[in-house]
Design a protein around this ligand. Sequence first.
Ligand code: NOJ
Ligand code: CA
Length: 700
Amino acid sequence: MKRLIITVIAVCCVPLLWAQQLTSPNGNLKLFFKTDSNGTPTYALTYKGKTVIAESALGFTINQNDSFATDFEVTQVQYTQTNTVWQPVLGQYKEIRDHHNEMLVQLSQKGSGRQLHLRFRLFNDGLGFRYEFPVQPNFRHFSIQQELTTFQLSGNHKAFWIPADYDTNEFPITTSSVSEIAQLIDKVREEPLVAKAPAPNVAVQTPLMLKSADGLYINLHEAALVNFPALMLNVAPNAPCFTAHLVPDKNGVRGYIQTGSVSPWRTVVVSDDARDILASNLILNLNDPCKIADTSFIHPTKYIGVWWEYFIGGGSTWAYTDNRDITIGVTDYRKLKPNGQHGANTQHVKYYIDFAARHGFDAVLVEGWNEGWEDNTAYNKERIYSFTKAYPDFDVQALHQYAAAKGVKIIMHHETTSSAIDYERQLHEAFRFMNANGYDAVKTGYVGPIIPRSEYHDSQWMVNHYNYVAQTAADYRIMVNAHEAVRPTGMSRTYPNWVAQESARGTEFESFNGNHPEHTTILPFTRLMGGAMDYTPGIFEGDLSKYGNNKAQLSTTLAKQLALYVTMYSPLQMAADLPENYEKHLDAFQFIKDVATDWDNTYILEAEPGDYITIARKAKGKNEWYVGAITDENAREAVIDFSFLPQGETFTATLYTDGKDAHWRTNPKSYSIKKIKVTHKTKLKQRLACSGGLAISIKK
Ligand code: NOJ
Ligand code: CA
């Protein structure tokens, strides 16, 4: 590790054009910094001489209209270089290099005497910067009225965006120029399927993917979201420019800050090659190293679940009975009759455990096991759910023993319907219950508005809640998969037990006809920039009218469902369809059984947001590789260059391709499987159908 600190005492009071400059290790990126004529800190960023961010302001308005953005002067600047390697517990790479040049600018505000530090880190793949609020006399705490961080773009770029919303990120992704966002946003917000609190402005969420006319790919997001609200971005009315929009609490306050703390990093990942965006580890690198001393309980997981049957229409129910008047604490569930379709009943769960054991799955998710589902949205009760009381037909102990005997884990489910305070009240008891009954992973859920309604899903208080749940879970050696939580910001580096999240439109929306064929060609450039997604792929029977009166139809071919196990990174992967549908296609199911979920290395072979993605990965600790290629609504020819394989060896590749007549709408289940020999010299061209895919497993 190289570490070098040079301290420069800034002498100039009249800023030159740019007072400070920082260069990325490979020289491609340049960061410029100065304070302008108002004493406002400003920065700019270039990539190979092209403007990524033109001169843009930094700072805050705090308390009541108090400027924490003007009258600053630079008191000191420090430069540091870092070049280290670290190993994620689970990940896309066995080793990650953190190579960056850093500039710490110390500022003092004339008049108030308040100090503010700005820390910039320039990597070969982009920029991270954050605000630091050092401990200082007479400035102990403040509230944020507005963050003023600005991203002034060089042109009216193409944007891949979802509207800013304080409560949800489960929107379809829209592609338009930045200037078109204002016209389109109301229509996108009409999306009826999600509970929401739209931001009052024309604003979008991060991670935001942009492409410039001169071929730059730019991704705006944040890293290490701790004790701060989530960052959204206002779209300026007359210029291609974004300004920070922090999620407020109900009183309009956008964060309560005590000095001696830091903001999350604001991140700009940039390249002229889209593949570099997907290969970037910048956001993980900006997060703190692992804080869990013993990580031996954290493991990759492939699972099935009593789950899809709740979505297909006419299937099972989460609730034990149809009786809607039940109040926990008053009702004796044992006197009630189940409604006959209760999904989480012992017999049915055993059937899933048997299937999991037979096909080598690690775990079975069981939703609807606990008391409270009868009245889970009406909020008429003191306590909505119990996280320790099972319904009478779900035998916790018998199932624990049954699963353990078959080497399968049951994944706990804690749907809170956003009663976050009640969840915190029950948390320790709930985790002790899990420890006592053999559960080592929990899927949490935050459907609907937060209770009490003083907070939004993405506010500072809720950010602290999600972090608290993950940290507390680590104390109990439990892994977490959070649904409807604030989108991730690389915190899985610090808390690797936080194995995955939903936080975007996942496969459940296929059951409402809610996903577009291009959706999964964009998600890795947006939602997945911050961490793994529990997308829950693997739907083989895409025609839901088969089950009853749900008219929804899957937006992909079957081969594309297979490819998603490689293109949608997650150490937690579900085979989401009903076991009976896998029984009908055991040959294709073999790929899901084989595919790894934790990796030594990742090779982004082809990528263009909104169009296609082709990725190869080497399984952790094994001489096995898996390839996934997907396309949007257009058919295309994927080109797989096998040069990622070791030289001088021949391997057998099993290809799971779209059939010749495959088409996501008319013939999604047409696929074919063949084996070929490959070496590191092989180049394969393979046609993908409309919204089709290709999956390959490669073994000796
Ligand atoms: C929404 C989650 O995304 C889904 O996976 C879950 O089944 C339901 N909430 C019920 O908790
Ligand atoms: Ca959801």
